[in-house]
Design a protein around this ligand. Structure first.
Ligand code: HPA
Length: 273
């Protein structure tokens, strides 16, 4: 799939991007700020399906954002949509092919830590992968890959930059553990109690497959969770996808501020070391 699409992607989107931004539920509006944006919907890329969930637009936009050359991926593929596990991480290979060295992932998540109320932001410092699905090992002839590593995949230097940005702008940024579950149903209160006992601070249905693939591709990774609701049993309301989208729109300004500050300070972080 990916090699077939390579020419189209390079031609349409260019291949000298400084960072990839992956926008989760409710954060898609950031693409409107990209200047000189070349656009490519997922469903025009051979082998990629149109991302099918409401609020997931499923397109790439390449251009300038706050002076940086960025590749923005609005929408993503989830395991719960029933895709082949390898397909869920195909956008990571695409990003690396287009020159990306730094990937910033965002997602919507339910807050488990009491400090993580709707509208707050969590800096992901590690994760629990509870999806029960993994992309297969890439084939040996598909380019250089890093060995698997035993430490957290989230880049300590990018995390430090994000924390500094939050401090400077007076934003509360809680560092925490993101639990990735398969979905698509939200959790039960009993499951949330179990996740809390296991050390999770927030819960969502995405990001981890891409992060693991990004590390295999040698990218530096930062991930931010926008807390759209208290996790099941911890708040008063029943959870609905519409509420998640609405809270995402409301809180997205804070995530965007962190991303802006990080992008301003990524000089020298493009190469591994
Ligand atoms: N659980 C799982 N995924 C989510 C949630 C949640 O509470 N909120 C947003 N995405």
């Amino acid at each position: 799939m990916v090699s077939e699409a390579a020419e189209l992607l390079r031609h349409t989107l260019g291949e000298d991007h400084e960072a990839l931004l992956v926008l989760g539920s409710g954060l898609g509006s950031l693409v409107e700020q990209v200047e000189g944006g070349a656009e490519l919907p997922f469903d025009r890329i051979p082998g990629l399906p149109g991302a099918g969930v409401a609020g997931h637009r499923g397109r790439y936009v390449a251009g300038r954002l706050w002076g940086r050359r960025v590749l923005v991926q609005a929408g993503r593929l989830h395991h719960y949509e029933g895709h082949d596990p390898g397909l869920v991480v195909a956008p990571v290979t695409i990003a690396r092919m287009l020159g990306v060295r730094i990937a910033i992932y965002t997602n919507a998540a339910g807050g488990i830590d009491p400090r993580l109320e709707p509208g707050s932001i969590m800096l992901v410092r590690d994760h629990l992968d509870l999806q029960g699905r993994r992309a297969p090992m890439p084939s040996p002839d598909s380019g250089p890959r890093r060995a698997f590593e035993p430490s957290s995949p989230y880049d300590p230097r990018l995390q430090a930059v994000a924390r500094e940005v939050a401090e400077r702008t007076g934003l509360l940024l809680v560092s925490g553990i993101y639990a990735a579950v398969l979905g698509p149903s939200y959790e039960t209160p009993a499951e949330i109690r179990a996740l809390r006992a296991a050390g999770a601070d927030a819960v969502g249905m995405s990001t981890v497959p891409e992060v693991l693939a990004a590390r295999r591709e040698g990218l530096r990774v930062l991930a931010l969770s926008l807390i759209t609701n208290r996790a099941a049993g911890l708040g008063v309301d029943r959870l609905s996808h519409d509420e998640v989208l609405e809270a995402g729109r409301d809180g997205s300004g804070k995530v965007i501020r962190v991303i802006e500050g990080v992008l301003e300070r990524i000089d020298g972080l493009e190469s591994e070391g």
